[in-house]
Design a protein around this ligand. Structure first.
Ligand SMILES: C[S@@+](CC[C@H](N)C(=O)[O-])C[C@H]1O[C@@H](n2cnc3c(N)ncnc32)[C@H](O)[C@@H]1O
Length: 248
């Protein structure tokens, strides 16, 4: 057991955490999500993937963000999780919404390999690409790109700028710093021609904490860049970015 798993509270249960956070899920979904978290925690012993190693953190941070996204996606959508890392939000989204197609893009090979093993063990039809998400847009089309804790708004706008024909919209999970990021992106002209809307707004802070933006660096262990490092009170948001006049 390493430092990232030793906090596991064996007295806590998934069901109790769901109840504390006011979430109700059907039994088959609960079982699949439990299996995902437990598998991810097992891989976490070899490769630091997350610091969310309690049911409270898994439910209050990871699942909370994924449920917000799950409500925003239309039936039959084709979704790319860009910068999937430990599988959030893509894997829970694929479990919560079996009617949509989800793919994962992860630029660091060893993390992509773990994601591949996770989806295989979970029996999910979810392709995993060991690639930069924006490069995938050269060959594939998606209706929605989802992402959490991968890069600033400005960075995302720059990555996808040449590829707007390859997707309809992005749904980015952000913490309270999104306002600063919007200022930076506007300052650099990155939001020109982009329609930016807040499509979900939900409280952060105990017991449901934040999924703040962490800059992704391939050289850094994933758990060291974990959104939990930047916990703060306030509102979590899902931002929708689309090309002006092209997505209603
Ligand atoms: C901080 S982790 C976030 C993981 C997960 N999305 C979450 O919310 O917990 C960011 C991940 O994005 C990956 N990444 C960064 N830029 C990427 C890109 N352009 N395409 C694909 N993966 C990328 C990094 O390797 C890292 O695994």
């Amino acid at each position: 057991m390493n430092e990232h798993t030793e906090n596991l509270d064996s007295d806590d249960t998934f069901e109790a955490a769901l109840q504390r956070h006011g979430m109700e899920l059907d039994e088959p979904l609960t079982e699949s999500l439990r299996q995902y978290a437990e598998l991810m925690w097992r891989y976490n012993e070899q490769l630091n993937l997350t610091r969310h190693t309690t049911w409270d953190l898994f439910v209050g941070r990871d699942l909370r963000d994924c449920l917000q996204l799950a409500h925003l996606i239309q039936p039959d959508e084709v979704v790319l999780d860009l910068g999937s890392g430990n599988g959030v939000p893509g894997i829970p989204l694929a479990i919560l919404r079996p009617d949509i197609e989800v793919s994962l893009a992860e630029s660091v090979g060893k993390r992509a390999k773990v994601l591949d093993e996770l989806v295989t063990e979970l029996n999910l039809a979810v392709p995993v690409y060991a690639a930069r998400g924006e490069q995938l847009l050269e060959d594939f089309r998606f209706t929605t790109i989802v992402s959490r804790a991968v890069g600033s708004l400005m960075k995302f706008c720059r990555w996808v700028e040449p590829h707007w024909n390859s997707f309809d919209r992005m749904l980015l999970v952000k913490g309270p710093k999104w306002v600063e990021e919007r200022g930076e992106a506007r300052h650099h002209g990155s939001l020109k021609g982009v329609d930016l809307r807040v499509v979900a707004n939900y409280p952060l802070g105990p017991p449901a904490l934040d999924s703040e933006t962490a800059e992704a660096s391939p050289d850094t262990e994933l758990a060291d860049q974990d959104p939990a490092d930047q916990m703060s009170e306030g509102q979590g948001v899902v931002l929708q970015l689309s090309r002006k006049g092209r997505f209603e």
